[in-house]
Design a binder for this molecule. Structure first.
Ligand SMILES: C[S@@+](CC[C@H](N)C(=O)[O-])C[C@H]1O[C@@H](n2cnc3c(N)ncnc32)[C@H](O)[C@@H]1O
Length: 333
């Protein structure tokens, strides 16, 4: 079982060259043989690329193709005798098939699978997320602040246990999945995941269902009687709607202070995470101050397990990702 390689591939968290490095290391450690051998190529194909979960919830086809191409090229470069077995036909066939099937319009739906362990549990739990490419729609992609909020929820379940939670701008729904995961020993009682676009709400609903969470979807203009489901995916435009009607104990939000225009509607939030553009964040701070709302950086104060890939978080391109408590009192009170 190539656990590290498989996790990196399923979560689509390493570049093809990094993934091959992970594979080389892991194969050598586990099998004691060279990554170029016929058997190694077969293992990479069967245990990683053709993994049943990765077939059920595919990563972007361009990514798979690049990984296969990179591996084949690495083997080809070693023609000087180090590579005695040559390239496995099945590897070439898989690569050729993928090249022909490849969808290249950027609208492709792909998946990321994250494996982690809840505190005190020996078995791995998984989260599956259906996403689109970033430029298609911000609410259909994964964002670094969303990862951090997810890790905060997974690492501090007592803050959410048996509580009614509402999230603004939920996007792909990662927070709700963390709060209501079937293996979470301290789940929330009820979670309202809200956003303002029907296409985003529908994708969020699908994501919760993929993760075995019973949901109810209420699109814009729909009037529905809530039937006791623990997750309600509901239209809410934070500029127009009032969140107090939800009677929630906890309000969460990730990466929603990315546009100065949206900030005015957001100052009622109790928890939020966001810090990408310095000017946007400073404006957010000023708005909060004027409304008598405290915002406290709690990133260092709370233990957070690293469950999600952080290559973007660490790059200066996305700036500093921080966790804030927003409200009239601090998170502990
Ligand atoms: C950058 S994404 C972050 C999504 C998610 N919270 C995450 O961190 O992955 C911003 C989200 O806010 C939503 N959004 C933007 N303006 C909104 C508004 N006025 N009311 C509700 N949601 C809004 C977008 O549809 C999108 O899902």
């Amino acid at each position: 079982m190539l656990r590290n390689t498989l996790d990196a591939y399923r979560s689509y968290s390493q570049q093809p060259n990094q993934l091959l490095e992970t594979f080389k290391d892991e194969y050598l450690k586990q099998v004691g043989a060279n990554w170029m051998s016929f058997e190694a190529q077969q293992s990479f194909l069967a245990l990683v690329i053709q993994d049943y979960k990765a077939i059920q919830f595919p990563v972007p086809s361009t990514y798979t193709t690049k990984c296969l191409k990179y591996y084949i090229e690495l083997i080809e470069k070693c023609k000087d005798g180090a590579n005695e077995d040559g390239i496995n036909d099945e590897l070439i066939e898989e690569y050729t098939r993928r090249v022909h099937e490849q969808v290249s319009d950027g609208l492709e739906t792909s998946h990321r699978i994250f494996a982690f362990k809840f505190d005190g549990q020996n078995d791995y739990s998984e989260i599956v997320i259906r996403v689109k490419q970033r430029f298609v729609n911000v609410g259909l992609s994964m964002w670094e602040s969303g990862y951090l909020l997810g890790e905060f929820i997974l690492s501090n379940p007592d803050l959410f246990h048996n509580k009614t939670c509402i999230e603004l701008g939920s996007g792909i729904g990662l927070s709700g999945i963390c709060l209501l995961h079937k293996n979470n020993p301290k789940p929330a009682r009820k979670v309202y995941l809200t956003d303002y676009q029907d296409v985003v709400l529908s994708n969020c609903n699908e994501n919760l269902k993929i993760n075995d969470i019973d949901t109810m979807l209420i699109l814009e203009g729909q009037d529905a009687i809530e039937d006791g489901k623990s997750a309600v995916i509901k239209h809410l435009d934070w500029k127009e709607n009032n969140v107090s009607e939800f009677n929630a104990d906890v309000l969460i939000a990730a990466d929603v202070a990315y546009d100065i225009d949206v900030i005015e509607g957001l100052v009622n939030a109790y928890y939020a995470i966001a810090k990408r553009l310095k000017t946007t964040f400073e404006y957010f701070q000023k708005e909060c101050e004027e409304d008598g709302i405290t915002i406290t950086d709690i990133t260092e104060q709370f233990r957070m397990a690293e469950v999600f890939p952080y290559q973007d978080k660490r790059s200066t391109k996305f700036g500093d990702v921080r966790l804030y408590s927003i409200g009239l009192s601090t998170i502990n009170e």
